[in-house]
Ligand binder design. Structure first.
Ligand SMILES: Cc1cc2nc3c(=O)[nH]c(=O)nc-3n(C[C@H](O)[C@H](O)[C@H](O)COP(=O)(O)OP(=O)(O)OC[C@H]3O[C@@H](n4cnc5c(N)ncnc54)[C@H](O)[C@@H]3O)c2cc1C
Length: 481
């Protein structure tokens, strides 16, 4: 993967104009006793944290704060507030919209050391975990008490629970369990002035006013720093089966996804793969072809529930019109092998080049038309580009990845760039410009395509109320005024 792609972050305003002093090496913050012993300024260590996972966005930072307790997080944020220092919260740095990338030279607040499970209640089916705990560790903690955590995604070994809350991550099982917001029973967070707020009692019913978890889910580190969360767990499944289903085109895949959702109450994933993406992962990861003949569109389907899943999945697949071929797996190794075609898509594309990553949702009825037109649009303008499409078909969520757009066209995603073209097409077709990755810094200039001026103004008023100095993740999510 190209580390930086020769680009050095984006131009334009980084702060909202309310931050009195931007981060510089002679930061007053670094003289604040509250951050003594928690600060890293070694450029070699910082280098891995100032670029995003894709390598497309590269920033800079004079220092990174690494608290390991809730009290230390509060002290760090309070010190940033006292010294009017802009700060970017960072978890596993697997986000795909540069939300945790300090493109304006901000200080980083790394939450990775604030890790661990504090409470696991097998009777209630709940966990209380610190925000730097990885998703994989949360899943393991749930399994250890006989439950499961409802969210899963391919970056599970690095992505933190705090990052997944801040981005309201979706992932592979939204069709069954909902997004991260739906798993939250409570959130504790540090506000911009260092005040600790929140409730970790994990009550399932609590209508006592504004819902902090709902507000902070998807707030991308702009309203508060998440320190701990109380999570609801989901019933463990006894049996799983996975199938790959070959179909003629995206329209057939959308119809099949609908039919499967209707006929399989224990459907837990419906993922869409296209022929070129499948061929790519076979090349990059040495995977064998799943079918004797390549198929234009493939659905990966998982059913998880009471015994008999293979029969139920088999019967459902037989009931779908236009299935060219299908493979079904029940044992864990074979299931994992089928999942691999889907899970390594992102990594395989990264090996082709630095990708424009556009994670969008379309109404189901328009998904097929979008897939066709977006490819034609991009290739019509940039014939040497490659357009890779895959996604969570059960949610209408497509990941559009574009590689091979020559500089300087893709330089900064200006109004004529690839991102502009794709996101305008999505908005025109009634979709969302961000299905599950958030807005970050990469999509800020297009937020107006989905949000009205009144909504943006309301969001700004909320931001101002909770973070009057604008120190928390400036430049992310909200467009500059
Ligand atoms: C291979 C791969 C597959 C992926 N698959 C999916 C997928 O299926 N679905 C999906 O939704 N995403 C997916 N992602 C994106 C990514 O994993 C998620 O966005 C994840 O939630 C990011 O978690 P993180 O800890 O890495 O956060 P980071 O990247 O560190 O940060 C993301 C955002 O959260 C903020 N933040 C981080 N921690 C905190 C905190 N404690 N308090 C406040 N703000 C905070 C940051 O400021 C930033 O705005 C994938 C990424 C990769 C690399």
């Amino acid at each position: 993967m190209n580390a930086g792609g020769g680009r050095t972050g984006h131009r334009g305003p980084r702060f909202n104009g309310r931050v009195p002093g931007r981060a510089t090496p002679s930061l007053p913050l670094l003289a604040d006793p509250a951050v003594a012993g928690l600060t890293v300024t070694d450029p070699d260590i910082l280098a891995g944290h100032v670029r995003d996972w894709t390598g497309r966005h590269v920033g800079s930072s004079p220092a990174m704060l690494r608290p390991s307790t809730v009290a230390e997080v509060a002290a760090c944020v309070a010190a940033c507030h006292r010294t009017a220092t802009a700060v970017v919260p960072q978890g596993g740095n697997t986000g795909l919209v540069a939300g945790a990338t300090p493109l304006g030279g901000e200080v980083l607040l790394h939450l990775g050391r604030l890790a661990g499970v504090e409470d696991a209640d097998a009777d209630a089916g709940t966990l209380v975990v610190r925000s730097g705990t990885t998703l994989a560790d949360v899943q393991a903690a749930a399994r250890a008490i006989g439950w499961e955590y409802g969210v899963d995604l391919a970056a599970r070994d690095s992505a933190t629970i705090g990052g997944t809350v801040a981005t309201n991550a979706g992932g592979l099982h939204v069709v069954r369990h909902g997004d991260t917001r739906a798993q939250l029973l409570g959130v504790e967070a540090v506000l911009a002035d260092g005040t600790l707020v929140g409730d970790l009692r994990g009550l399932r019913k609590d209508n006592t006013g504004y819902h902090l978890p709902g507000l902070l889910a998807g707030s991308e580190g702009t309203l508060a720093v998440v320190t701990r969360v109380a999570l609801r767990l989901v019933t463990p499944v006894q049996d799983r089966a996975v199938a790959l289903i070959a179909l003629d085109d995206v329209a057939s895949a959308v119809r099949a996804a609908g039919a499967l959702r209707r006929s399989l109450p224990d459907l837990s994933a419906v993922e869409l793969l296209l022929a070129d993406g499948l061929a790519l992962v076979q090349r990059t990861h040495g995977l064998a072809p799943p079918f004797a003949d390549p198929s234009p569109a493939v659905l990966l389907v998982e059913v998880a529930g009471a015994p008999g899943v293979v029969d139920r999945l088999g019967a459902a697949v037989e009931g779908i019109d236009g299935v060219g071929d299908a493979v079904v797996a029940a044992d864990p190794a074979r299931r994992a092998a089928l999942w691999r075609y889907r899970e390594v898509q992102t990594e395989a594309i990264a090996r082709v080049g630095v990708a424009h990553k556009l994670d969008v949702t379309l109404p189901a009825a328009r998904l097929a038309a979008f897939a066709e037109s977006v490819r034609a649009d991009v290739l019509g303008r940039w014939p040497d580009a490659a357009v890779w499409l895959f996604g969570h078909a059960g949610d209408g969520n497509v990941h559009v990845n574009v590689t091979g757009v020559p500089a300087p066209v893709d330089g900064e995603d200006g109004v004529d760039g690839v991102d502009d073209l794709v996101l305008r097409r999505v908005a025109a077709m009634g979709g969302s410009i961000s299905a599950e990755h958030g807005i970050g810094r990469a999509k800020v200039r297009w937020l107006h395509l989905n949000r009205t001026p009144s909504e943006l103004a309301a969001m700004r008023r909320l931001k101002l109320a909770l973070d009057p100095l604008g120190i928390l993740n400036p430049g992310a999510l909200l467009p500059p005024t």
